[in-house]
Design a protein around this ligand. Structure first.
Ligand SMILES: [Zn+2]
Length: 241
């Protein structure tokens, strides 16, 4: 194969490697975004659970206060029972006492429900806290991995850029210009030719030109897209026999 053609092929492959790795490098921080969002969500759930527990405790305290008030009211009505003068007044006080007792019983039931809820919230809080800690540890791990990957890519890019410079310097200025121009206008300067076709623009090549490319002794451009052609064809099973 023509020496320059070999260099051009390598140059293009180094170029696309550089583009790919630069893209990979840009994508690294995005890897952490999902995890960071998950952690924020877990933290919010943890806070929410703690607030619910506080709310339950407040409700319980107010119900306990109510129980005290009701007990005082009952004591008050019982004391009054000895002072009333009529049967009607006596009956009215007894009814009041009964209704306070009923309220006490209902309030006690409500307190039991709140105690159950409080116990449930302890479990929820425990789970939420565990989740936060797990995600924090995972994020730390992933951040370390990302740092490692960034360093690895930095090194690879440095080597690739050196290699590119070395290849570039070995080309003459005419080929340098051609390569730059094709890369700028077509996205790639070198294209594979196979099955009589340019794989840059997928147009069928004239037979004579294809033969020239196949020999690989000259720098040949596709007459349609201008890309520099090289021959490489996968051997099909029929060719092998
Ligand atoms: Zn072409």
């Amino acid at each position: 194969m023509h020496k320059d053609l070999e260099i051009l092929i390598k140059l293009q492959s180094v170029d696309s490697f550089i583009v790919e790795r630069k893209r990979d490098q840009r994508e690294i921080p995005e890897r952490l975004d999902g995890l960071k969002r998950e952690l924020e969500k877990a933290k919010k759930e943890f806070e929410k659970a703690k607030n619910t527990k506080k709310e339950i405790a407040l409700q319980r305290r107010s119900k306990e206060k109510l129980l005290d008030e009701l007990a005082e009211k009952i004591a008050d009505r019982k004391a009054r029972l000895f002072k009333v003068k009529t049967n009607e007044e006596y009956a009215a006080l007894l009814r009041e006492i009964e209704s306070f007792k009923e309220e006490i019983s209902n309030t006690e039931d409500e307190i039991i429900i709140l105690l159950d809820k409080d116990e449930e919230m302890d479990k929820v809080i425990e789970e939420a806290e565990k989740r936060v800690k797990e995600l924090e540890a995972l994020l730390k791990q992933e951040e370390a991995k990302c740092r490692e990957l960034t360093e690895k890519i930095d090194k690879e890019l440095e080597e690739a850029l050196k290699e590119k410079e070395r290849l570039w310097e070995s080309l003459d200025s005419r080929l340098k210009r051609l390569y730059e121009k094709l890369k700028a206008t077509k996205g790639s300067a070198v294209a594979r030719a196979a099955n009589q076709t340019c794989h840059g623009c997928f147009t069928e090549l004239p037979p004579q030109l294809f033969l020239e490319v196949k020999k690989g002794e000259t720098i040949t451009q596709c007459p349609f897209c201008g890309r520099i052609l090289y021959y490489w064809e996968e051997k099909s099973s029929t060719d092998e026999g």
